[in-house]
Design a protein around this ligand. Structure first.
Ligand code: MRU
Length: 369
């Protein structure tokens, strides 16, 4: 994607210093566009757990590069053990997004085939690049498979297609293109008029801060709405379709995504509005079946609920308390939408109604997981 005319990915190796990983600092958006330079796997673990980078795809790819940085900083005499420690450190940072553990496991498999530290560094760098490139290709394909859904609505209504999305499943949540946004960008580029309703997505406001910023960069018409507005819009026929991303999808098609997604799926069902979940294959966990009981849900600090963060008119970042100091607060990061509320999954291999039979037809490798 372009930022002020310059093409960017969310994460990349510095071309002048291949031991430096650069990432977009998402916690400063939309106020400032800055990048961070990371040199160690501990730097990577910190930016993931503090959410300077976030979004399932993006943290998976960043963790893969974190494993490569682990290879670059590993002791000569115990590099395999060290890389396992790094893998455990990175995996612990955020428990719900399965892309993270998937990327770490894939990197560990490659690491095992290395017989010298130099080979370990070369192979982990190449594998991390491959994971990043695949992420881009898969998101692009999701866009192509999702596009006909938008085209069909436009052909029928001849009005801008009204799409609701929750959180940020855009290019910032991956390496490029995004998952939920990929069909939207594909439609917009082909001249199909779309309008996106962007849930603010409290408490961290990834919708109003990040999705709105992305859509603005791409010139896609959109409107930010409070998280509770969806019901009103459904009642007034103002939404044609919902597209969200996912952080983990089970073999029966249950999908974990940012807290509040489930309520949108319930409302969509009540109003017979199609509800789509867009995901690359790295977001499937074929070893899990029942999302409600088997997907670990991340709980984050209560301060995210009781404080608001932002930049004031003088350009100073600060946080302000927005709740009584004595009130306890709870902060679950994700919820699970059962498969029966999902109209279709949109993947890089095509779309399907989420059932085990359909999923394993698209992904035969799921049968052996
Ligand atoms: O807590 P975040 O910002 O990492 O949550 C992100 C989401 O919930 C996205 O919708 C999700 O990762 C799906 S798109 C990769």
């Amino acid at each position: 994607m372009q930022v002020c005319g310059t093409p960017y990915r969310t994460v990349w190796l510095d071309p002048e210093d291949q031991r430096c990983l650069r990432v977009i600092n998402q916690s400063l958006l939309p106020h400032r566009f800055e990048t961070l330079a990371l040199y160690t796997p501990h730097d990577v673990a910190r930016v993931i757990s503090e959410m300077h980078i976030r979004g399932a795809g993006c943290i998976g790819v960043t963790a893969a590069y974190g494993m490569y940085l682990g290879a670059c900083t590993a002791p000569q005499d115990s590099y395999h053990d060290y890389l396992h420690e790094v893998g455990a450190l990175l995996t612990e940072t955020r428990p719900t997004a399965v892309n993270l553990s998937w990327a770490v496991q894939r990197m560990l498999r490659v690491a095992l085939s290395a017989h010298s530290l130099q080979m370990l560094q070369d192979r982990t760098r190449d594998e991390a690049q491959k994971i990043a490139d695949e992420d881009v290709a898969h998101c692009r394909a999701i866009g192509e498979y999702g596009l006909p859904l938008i085209e069909e609505i436009y052909a029928r209504t001849q009005k801008p297609v009204e799409i609701l999305t929750h959180c940020n499943a855009g290019w910032l949540a991956f390496v490029d293109h995004g998952s939920a946004t990929a069909p939207i960008y594909a439609a917009h580029r082909r001249g199909i008029p779309v309008h996106v309703w962007v849930d603010v997505t409290g408490p961290r406001n990834q919708g109003s801060r990040l999705t709105a910023w992305e859509l603005l960069q791409e010139g896609v018409p959109h409107t930010i709405i409070a998280d509770n507005t969806g019901g009103y819009l459904f009642q007034h026929n103002a939404i044609d379709m919902v597209i969200t991303g996912a952080d983990c999808v089970t073999r029966q098609g249950d999908a974990a995504n940012k807290i509040g997604t489930y309520l949108k799926a319930l409302a969509a069902r009540e109003h017979s509005v199609p509800f789509y979940v867009a995901l690359p294959s790295s977001t499937f966990d074929f070893s899990r079946t029942d999302g409600l009981t088997e997907i670990p849900i991340e709980k984050r600090g209560s301060h995210e609920v009781t404080y608001a963060y932002g930049e004031n008119d003088e350009g100073v970042f600060s946080r302000v308390r927005i709740a009584p100091a004595e009130s306890p607060a709870a902060n679950w990061g994700f919820d699970v939408t059962p498969a029966r509320f999902i109209t279709e999954l949109i993947t890089e291999r095509g779309r399907c109604v989420p059932t085990w039979e359909n999923i394993r037809t698209l992904f035969p490798e799921a049968s052996s997981a």
